[in-house]
Design a protein around this ligand. Sequence first.
Ligand SMILES: *[C@@H]1O[C@H](CO)[C@@H](O)[C@H](O)[C@H]1NC(C)=O
Length: 550
Amino acid sequence: MAALVKIGVLILIAAAVCQGYQDIYDFDGKKLQDTDYVSLWPLPQKVQSSATAFKLSSVNFQIIHAKGSSAGSSCSILQTAFRRYFDYIFGYKKKQNTKWEPKKTFGEAVTQLQVLITSTDSECDGFPDPKADESYELSVDQPAAMLKASKVWGALRGLETFSQLVYEDEYGSRNINKTEVSDFPRFAHRGILLDTSRHYVPLKVILANLDAMAWNKFNVFHWHIVDDNSFPYMSRTFPDLSQQGAYHPYTHVYTPSDVKMVIEFARMRGIRVIPEFDTPGHTQSWGKGQKDLLTPCYSGSTPNGNYGPVNPILNSTYEFMADFFKEVSTVFPDAYVHLGGDEVDFTCWKSNPDITKFMDDHAFGRDYSKLESYYIQRLLDIVSTTSKGYMIWQEVFDNGVKIKPDTLVHVWIWWGEGGYKAELGRVTSAGFQTLVSAPWYLDHISYGQDWQNYYKEDPQDFNGTEQQKKLVIGGEACLWGEYVDATNLTPRLWPRASAVSERLWSDKSVRDVNDAYIRLNQHRCRMIERGIPAEPLFSGYCRHEYKGNL
Ligand SMILES: *[C@@H]1O[C@H](CO)[C@@H](O)[C@H](O)[C@H]1NC(C)=O
């Protein structure tokens, strides 16, 4: 009798101590419902869950290729993903979260997740492209759950969803409810921009953030790899660019094998890598290793030792660009390269007498945007010969440069009449595809929950026809690097960028900030469990707190 009472008390204590994954409070300090299992992020298009819970145990659970799948053990994307997700599910990823697990499970268990690739071409050996099929169907039942996707890209997204459905009960064992999910992204292009020029970002940090991107179903890494401040990209054709232009020629560079590793790591997670080589502005670091590339600035009639944007009047400039972008097009497999074209300062061009003469010869008057257009036009023609598509910042479009019909116009300016929405109207009525970043400059920080502002934006919420809205193919959250390096990049990005990930993946109707708050808290705790120091949304705690990287 006494023993029985003791066991009862123990169970009560255990239940009281471990109850709840995380208590969540609203802004007035009111405790919200316990939401152990409601932690899907971004929310799938369609979820049907039930109150039937199954056990999941690391000793008898496996993720395997389904019979009849067009992908098998030679598909390294899936093989490595199976291992990765097994580890996430059972908390093996980081030593800091060693978890106690009962050897025996009680009740019905899910013992397999079978992954079926239905298309004859699984795309296992390929790179994700702008048309990658990321849709999937997930059916969780016992004894086997089934994940069905046409391509590996959908399977990757489905594996993430499956792992998010798993929750820990009060005794520390893993559960998953009977669930049906049918899912696909609302937008094809869902990106993160990282800037590795203002500060050098170590490879390890880039890779960790690619992982976090996959947990948020982001699929584009926009690598703003060089800028005024430094040129860390190591070029085989022009080694002096990084030799002279990087912060340090050996320790602060991305070697060809570093770049390869980033691209392959991203591919394994269904993420495209789009490099940005921004010209003719933002190029001070280029000038250090490439003589005569930049425009000499004048004071009166003599050069003053300063340099401006790329010199658009020399043939050598275009010969260099042709060789350079030929290399870029072979190093980066993606169908697109970002050519920048933003914020060109005309002061130096105005000061230079040779430029003035060139303007006169070409009847440009004193309209320097015509000179900018002249340069961009020639650059676009050069890049076209590499058979890459290009993305450009909106100024190129605004200045009336002739661009190819498949050009992606990247909208980033949030000020001015009508804000960025007016620009979306202009770009799409001209028939161009566009991409939104204007409301998602995550380098701008402020007190409070700014993620809610990001969450409330909608890329298709502008005055335009249905046809125009279809031209919005997605967006990117940008984390510019002036105040960001390895010490604060990751917590500044997550979970704030997650707000953007749900906006770009989930249905338009998913807009409830309170519901998002609850799920995002759980999602943030999950990122922490997987080893990412994602910052808090507000007061509260995670069941498994971040323990640092000591
Ligand atoms: C999962 O199952 C548990 C146990 O039956 C139930 O309490 C809970 O509401 C279910 N969760 C969902 C999201 O349906």
